[in-house]
Design a protein around this ligand. Structure first.
Ligand code: PMT
Length: 230
């Protein structure tokens, strides 16, 4: 049986991939299936947490039992829903793959092929960094966990880069996933490193996404029970 060590803890998890519309039928998206975020939600609920799952687009996944699910589509909607839930959260985990850019304009009608405009120019603009915003508005004692999808092997240089990212972003924990063909996205299994602001570097062996989720929750409970915390 799993420990009930998240009893009385409100956790907010984002999952899936956002979609940024170009016109009524097209969007910019990414390959996130939502499996890692849903596994985090399922394991947290099994360990007794109150779970809010803000979910962007996913493959068809079974809904984790006993979880409050809030579906969204764009990065802007995901940011709003996470910020709203964060007002009562003890822990926030940003496992969603959030679009860094969105089309500057969304056409009201399907963009047509035409002889005078064979190669339409699509201008992109930056989306706000939701994680950075959460850190700026952090409540006392709130634990914030980020994910980093990095191409290339998670060797020393990638970890140094990720540690710098963790410090820059100001979150407490960062899960570093190696992504690329046949890695992390859409797979049943995941692997990577768990980095903490306090300097911990823990290798997460290749295994079911529920296993990576359990490693994250173990580290989170450690932080929730730091001296001076409730
Ligand atoms: O969904 P699966 O198929 O199971 O795959 C899981 C996963 C690989 C998508 C997941 O484990 C993962 O790594 N998610 C984060 C992917 C990502 O967007 O990484 P990033 O390095 O671009 O972003 C870093 C962090 O900032 C993330 O926590 C992200 O949620 C957050 N972010 C990013 C952009 C943005 N505008 N706002 C954000 O808050």
């Amino acid at each position: 049986a799993l420990p009930r060590d998240l009893e009385g803890v409100h956790v907010v998890i984002s999952a899936g991939g956002t979609r940024e519309p170009l016109d009524p039928v097209r969007h910019l998206g990414n390959r996130s299936s939502g499996k890692q975020g849903y596994a985090l939600a399922r394991v947290a609920a099994q360990r007794g947490a109150r779970v809010t799952l803000v979910t962007a687009h996913t493959q068809a996944l079974a809904e984790p039992a006993g979880v409050d699910i809030r579906p969204v589509s764009t990065a802007a909607q995901l940011g709003e829903a996470v910020q709203d839930a964060a007002r009562t959260a003890d822990v926030i985990v940003m496992a969603a793959a959030v679009a860094d850019f969105r089309p500057a304009d969304t056409a009201d009608y399907k963009i047509k092929k035409s002889d005078d405009n064979p190669d339409p120019d699509i201008k992109l603009v930056r989306n706000p960094d939701i994680l950075a915003g959460l850190v700026r508005q952090r409540l006392p004692g709130q634990v914030i966990v980020g994910f980093a999808a990095e191409t290339g092997d998670a060797d020393g240089s990638v970890l140094d880069h990720a540690t710098a990212k963790l410090k820059r972003k100001g979150c407490d924990l960062l899960v570093v996933n190696a992504v690329g063909e046949g890695k992390a996205f859409e797979m049943e299994e995941n692997t990577g490193w768990l980095l903490s602001a306090e300097g911990l570097r823990e290798r997460i062996p290749l295994g079911a996404k529920a296993l990576l989720a359990a490693t994250v929750w173990d580290a989170v409970t450690g932080l929730l029970h730091r001296p001076g915390k409730g």
